[in-house]
Write a protein that binds this ligand. Sequence first.
Ligand SMILES: [Ca+2]
Length: 185
Amino acid sequence: MRRFIVPTIVVLAILMVIGYAWAASIKIVVEGEDYYSIKPSMAKAPSQVASGKAYIHIPLRRPHATTETGPADDGNARFRVRIPSAGVYQLWARAHWYDACGNSFFVVVDDKPATIVGEDGTYQKWHWVKGPRLQLTAGEHIIRFQNREDGAKLDQFMLTNNARYVPVRAEKHTPEYIIKPPKNQ
Ligand SMILES: [Ca+2]
């Protein structure tokens, strides 16, 4: 009988570990247009190719800034996100950059110092950009995407506690984690 009990326990233990890892893997996907509040020059725009048929962006200025002169304003979008359990979350942004002078946002989480998302070399194409790793407590957090350069667009962003996950296409958004403003506001 013992011959069977030991392997059974091992198999059950492995299944429990797999189950725990599966259950503990959290993906929070927020559409750029699901902001709680927005301040110009950040603006919402329609799109046939963006997820949810919309994105937010810092519209191109004429003339487009061709040097790293700093943003013209503090236009931003604020998101209220409910984190289900405390942990380290990787931020990803599904972005579309105009050029080397239009390829980043500031990201501010709660009252922490701003970090930069972007500065990569993929232009004129929606793609996922790896952002900072964030230590987050369970509960509500405010995430702000803010103007750093004109010509930067945001379709979605994602927070995941699965450090190995690399998004490729647009992700299915998860409204259960997003706090929306009351209607008629
Ligand atoms: Ca979108």
